[in-house]
Design a protein around this ligand. Structure first.
Ligand SMILES: Nc1ncnc2c1ncn2[C@@H]1O[C@H](COP(=O)(O)OP(=O)(O)OP(=O)(O)O)[C@@H](O)[C@H]1O
Ligand SMILES: [Mg+2]
Length: 506
């Protein structure tokens, strides 16, 4: 029998007397890929942070290679051969890719000086091995979220770890990047490295994992070989019930001769958005598809005013608007749910309630109404969303930073939906959100469109893009290269081929 490299026994963890892990048993075998699954707030990251020495359990023991160990710090964890890619980004933005990869393990010259050149060469070899086309001398702050995630993974891999923990590594990766990562994970597995893999994407689990363990409300639900289970069974274990709703597809009823809700003409920005023109009609959900680095995120950031356009114009309901910062974007009744929620979407030191208040107060200011916002209304609004999106928290006064990753994402989405925008732009809205709530979020966006508003959505999950969009445009090198109605795309595979084909025809 394959030996267990890690055994976690009866692990119990509480925060402020609230039990988030309740006598959890978890075992990782030598050379296996073990997926850890569960809804947002189930306790996955907490269990892994115990292995990483960030939290200490109240009860239970950890054995590595059969020997009991105490892991009091990340360096203890590293000494035990464990490395981890966190759900929240941990790179230093001002440092380069290579400097981040070799942070605290820098190459030094004979005189003891840090030698960036050597580390850049080493990084370049690692990146190449992983099939990531990235210049190691670039500062991380210049990278898109997807590339930051790949850098984190390479950094973890560079530590010669025997045990690798990946906490939602693919949340921002597109299909192609995910496949590259999977190729690498398989190689590592062949070398005998053991991997714990956290993800909310079911299809991926079935492609890559040998076994799964499901947690629900801090309790063990099941540990089983993937081959003995169907996707439906796994979903039922995660949810605790059978019901997974599918989003109802709408029939496309948009009038293309009407004045568009949003019209973008010849938009240009920093060579990342190149002469983009498109229309969004009332009642429509427009999907933006493309590979990582294709310029999807840059395009929506330009429309909302985060990186203002250098030329071209934007019309809302037929009227030209000048959008040169996010404030003017909001004033034009556009809401933007960013991909990098921690940096742009939330004030993590504030409570859920305060995060709801902020955009509303700003809007009032912009509209020159009185600044007073009815507290009862905010409380009702926040509580309503907490229930609808199943945001796991003891109360709306809980600070955002204490919520699990997926629950933070739900708050970002809820707070922007609550501003009742005319145009909603969503960049990877369901990345990291559990299977039980994904549909709810997409349905809220769909309802907004059905009420005569418009939605622009970027999603790397093609199935999701196909389930919600009426029309899809394909972006490549900052330009729109193709456009089609959803009904013209026969399947997810077909859309994938179209995106790849667009890329190949450069
Ligand atoms: N430092 C903390 N203080 C208080 N509560 C915490 C803290 N860290 C986590 N929690 C709570 O513990 C529970 C489990 O959180 P955890 O981050 O482990 O969930 P998760 O399974 O990783 O979810 P997700 O899929 O959203 O990432 C949540 O209810 C969360 O609010
Ligand atoms: Mg988590």
């Amino acid at each position: 029998m394959t030996p267990a490299i890690i055994e976690m026994k009866r692990i119990t963890k509480e925060f402020n007397h609230i039990r988030v892990l309740d006598h959890i048993n978890f075992e990782l075998l030598q050379g296996e890929i073990h997926a850890l699954l569960g809804e947002n707030g189930a306790g996955k990251s907490t269990l892994m942070k115990i292995l990483r020495g960030i939290y200490q359990p109240e009860e239970g023991e950890i054995l590595i290679n059969g020997k009991a160990v105490t892991i009091n710090s990340p360096s203890d964890s590293r000494l035990n051969g464990i490395s981890m890619v966190f759900q929240e980004f941990s790179l230093i933005p001002s440092l380069t890719v290579a400097q981040n990869i070799f942070l605290t393990r820098e190459s030094r010259s004979k005189l003891g000086l840090i030698n960036d050149r050597i580390d850049e060469k080493k990084a370049s070899i690692l990146l190449h091995e992983m099939g990531v086309d990235l210049d190691p001398s670039l500062p991380v702050e210049q990278l898109s979220t997807g590339y930051r995630q790949l850098t984190e993974i390479v950094a973890a891999l560079s530590q010669d770890a025997q045990i690798l923990i990946l906490d939602e590594p693919t949340a921002s990766l597109t299909h192609t990047e995910t496949m590259t990562l999977f190729g690498l994970l398989r190689k590592l597995k062949e070398r005998g490295i053991s991997i714990i893999y956290i993800s909310h994407r079911m299809e991926e689990i079935f492609q890559i994992a040998d076994r799964i363990t499901v947690l629900r409300d801090g309790k063990n639900i099941i540990t089983e070989q993937v081959q003995n289970l169907s996707i439906q069974q796994v979903i039922e274990h995660i949810l605790g019930h059978k019901d997974v709703r599918e989003i109802k597809k709408s029939t496309y009823l948009v009038d293309p001769t009407a004045t568009p809700l949003l019209e973008v003409n010849h938009l240009n920005c920093n060579q990342e958005v190149c002469d983009v023109s498109f229309k969004l009609f009332a009642g429509e959900v427009l999907g933006l598809a493309g590979l990582m680095g294709s310029g999807r995120t840059e395009l929506v950031q330009t429309i909302f005013g985060i990186t203002p356009a250098q030329s071209g114009d934007i019309k809302v309901k037929g009227k030209k608007v000048r959008i040169n910062d996010a404030k003017s974007g909001m004033k034009a009744k556009i809401a933007f749910i960013p991909e990098d929620r921690r940096l742009q979407g939330l004030s993590t030191m504030h409570s859920i309630k305060e995060n709801f208040e902020l955009p509303l107060i700003n809007l009032r200011k912009l509209e020159k109404h009185k600044i007073f916002v009815d507290d009862h209304k905010i409380v009702a609004l926040a509580n309503g969303f907490v229930e609808k999106l199943q945001i796991k928290c003891d109360s709306i006064d809980k600070e955002i930073r204490l919520l699990s990753g997926g629950n933070q994402q739900k708050v970002v989405i809820a707070k922007w939906l609550s501003t009742e925008p005319d145009i909603l732009i969503m960049d990877e809205p369901t990345a990291g959100v559990d299977i039980g709530t994904k549909t709810e979020i997409l349905e809220m966006a769909r309802n907004l469109a059905n009420e005569g508003k418009g939605v622009v959505i970027i999603s790397s999950e093609l199935q999701e893009l196909l389930s919600i969009s009426d029309r899809i445009v394909i972006i490549k090198n900052g330009s729109i290269v193709d456009e089609m109605l959803r009904t013209e795309v026969k399947s997810e595979d077909k859309l994938h081929q179209i995106i790849q084909g667009a890329q190949a025809s450069v």
